[in-house]
Design a protein around this ligand. Structure first.
Ligand SMILES: Nc1ncnc2c1ncn2[C@@H]1O[C@H](COP(=O)(O)OP(=O)(O)OP(=O)(O)O)[C@@H](O)[C@H]1O
Ligand SMILES: O=C([O-])CC(=O)C(=O)O
Ligand SMILES: [Mn+2]
Length: 534
């Protein structure tokens, strides 16, 4: 076993280091006698362990901080009154205090240390060292990040260190001017992340994604919250942007194509590459027949989170009593059709923006002009359903720049600039795909959406007859093979088209209002004409 010295991080008195545990070892650790509380894992009928992640079953953006220092002060896109975001500044003094809390928590313990990579390309990847107390957190990062070979581990020198002190609390947070006892802080200069009082693994996954989003665009590489796949020859690459729940994981897992990755990618002069070594799929209401590949990926070494499991290990995927955000992480090779051995492929030819529109306004597919591409990328629209089940209340519109505002460390226009450059070079076309609702009150079926995606990827959409949708000026096909023609013009899904009209005007107004934050400069102003018009 590689000798790891934690003293240099200030972590002293370590009783044992479990270094890069094997999957067998993780299974033993997660299910061994004597574990308590949220450390307990339970094996299930699918032979994957399920864990409860604790109070936090999702990320905590209000507790996210970045150290403001000489290096970061003029580069990071800080939150401001004009444009609020999740990049809250932290002073170097407060950073030292929270780091001390984390280090103290990790002293005199038996710890798991996982060394892994973020980024499939050797020249731009980050070597990350995760120091955690909880076995399943080690399992989560082993699944989600790129697992080094024995050879790579021999001379592994971390570029970034993550101190996960999920069991600690920032007791004096008020005094420190922080939001709560929970803290997720990044130091871009010393290249460290500190996590306190949240057990949720997504803070490590999306934390390192945020760091890639900082470092890569500054090197001229696009860094994107998207899934990606390519054809069986590894030639016709597509990327799928979208906020949570819009279908990145579902639609990129396609038995006809090779998966590159389901959530985080870079795009450099050689093409599109995955940051991750695994996938993180939603499992709420997971259906074996409509999503066989994801279902079959749930086996030994996959890790379920917050799923309801009975004493015999029987899983109830329909139960959302713990959270709607039930998940499974699995190493990417649990999916059969993937790009091997490195998760990368040539530049994308098709760029798809996924939006789950709960207003029932957006067409299921729109062909975007280059200007519309920029406008809708910067807008990053999706809608969440407020009410859970019956009696749908108000849909909640979300405008999240670049379909991933929570993870952007630079100004959104920087990501748009890099994407446009790459798209121009490869001659890529962009489409806006509504995976949400229409006038029927039902969600557009996965079958119809898959038919639309197929038509984009095999070029059928280029030969389809089209029409223009008012207010948005979207060009939409009127027929596509394998897609119900009655849904392609959203107005046709309403008993009375004037209903669509009223909702469309309302949504157009929301876009216009949201976009005003980009109108401070000439480039932003120039894009207004590409957006909805009232
Ligand atoms: N037409 C549709 N297209 C895509 N997904 C759909 C559609 N209708 C229903 N769904 C459901 O919506 C969910 C999409 O979730 P998915 O995990 O693919 O989103 P995601 O974009 O990967 O989110 P995250 O960023 O949180 O991982 C799935 O549960 C899927 O079954
Ligand atoms: O990490 C994920 O896949 C879920 C996600 O996008 C988020 O954290 O908002
Ligand atoms: Mn996903």
């Amino acid at each position: 076993m590689t000798a790891i010295d934690l003293n240099k991080y200030g972590i002293t008195g370590t009783t044992e280091i479990v270094y890069n545990p094997s999957y067998e070892m993780l299974f033993e650790e997660e299910t061994k006698e004597g574990l308590e509380g949220f450390e307990v894992g339970q094996n299930t009928e699918l032979d994957a362990v399920n864990v409860m992640t604790g109070i936090y079953t999702g990320r905590s953006p209000k507790d996210k901080y970045i150290v403001m220092d000489e290096n970061s002060k003029d580069t990071v896109w800080w939150t401001s009154d004009e444009y609020k975001n999740d990049n809250h500044p932290m002073s170097e003094e407060v950073w030292q205090t929270v780091k001390d809390i984390a280090v103290k928590e990790l002293c005199n313990k038996r710890l798991f240390v996982v060394d892994a990579f973020c980024g499939a390309n050797k020249d731009t990847r980050m070597a990350i060292r995760f120091i955690v107390e909880v076995a399943w957190q080690a399992h989560f990062v082993k699944n989600m990040f790129i697992r080094p070979t024995e050879e790579e581990l021999k001379d592994f020198t971390p570029d970034f260190v993550v101190y996960n002190a999920s069991k600690a609390k920032v007791e004096n947070y008020k005094e420190l001017g922080l939001n709560s006892e929970t803290c997720v802080a990044f130091n871009i200069t010393s290249r460290e992340q500190v996590i306190i009082n949240t057990w949720y693994g997504g803070e490590m996954k999306k934390g390192m994604f945020s760091m890639m989003n900082y470092y890569l665009p500054l090197k001229g590489i696009a860094s994107m919250h998207c899934s990606a796949n390519t054809d069986m020859n590894g030639e016709n690459t597509a990327i799928f942007f979208g906020l949570s729940g819009t279908g990145k994981t579902t639609l990129s897992t396609d038995p006809k194509r090779l998966l590159i990755g389901d959530d985080e990618h870079g795009w450099d002069d050689n093409g599109v590459f995955n940051f991750e070594g695994g996938c993180y799929a939603k499992v709420i209401n997971l259906d074996k027949d409509s999503e066989p590949d994801i279902y079959n990926a749930i086996k030994r070494n996959a890790l379920l989170e917050n799923v309801t499991v009975d004493a015999e290990g029987k899983i109830d995927f329909a139960d959302k009593s713990v959270t709607e955000n039930t998940r499974v992480s699995y190493p990417i090779d649990h999916i059969e059709k993937i790009v091997r051995p490195v998760s990368s492929a040539p530049a994308a030819k098709n760029v798809i923006f996924l939006s789950a529109d709960a207003f029932g306004v957006l067409p299921p597919v729109s062909i975007l002009t280059p200007e519309q591409t920029q406008y809708y990328f910067l807008s990053g629209f999706t809608a969440k359903l407020a009410g859970t089940e019956r009696g749908i209340t108000e849909p909640t519109p979300t405008f999240s720049a670049c379909f991933g505002q929570a993870f952007l460390e630079l100004h959104p226009t920087k990501y748009a600039e890099e994407l446009v450059k790459k798209m121009e070079k490869s001659g890529a076309k962009a489409y806006l795909v509504n995976t949400g609702w229409n006038g029927t009150g039902k969600r557009i079926s996965i079958k119809d959406t898959r038919g639309i995606i197929d038509a984009i990827l095999n070029g059928d959409i280029k030969n389809a007859p089209t029409k223009t949708i008012p207010y948005f000026n979207f060009e939409v096909p009127t027929e596509l093979p394998g897609v119900d023609p009655a849904i392609l013009d959203p107005r046709d899904t309403y008993a009375d088209a004037s209903e669509w009209d009223a909702k469309a005007k309302d949504l157009a107004g929301r876009f216009i209002k949201n976009f005003s934050k980009y109108e401070g400069n000439e480039a932003g102003k120039a894009l207004v004409a590409a957006g909805p018009q009232l």
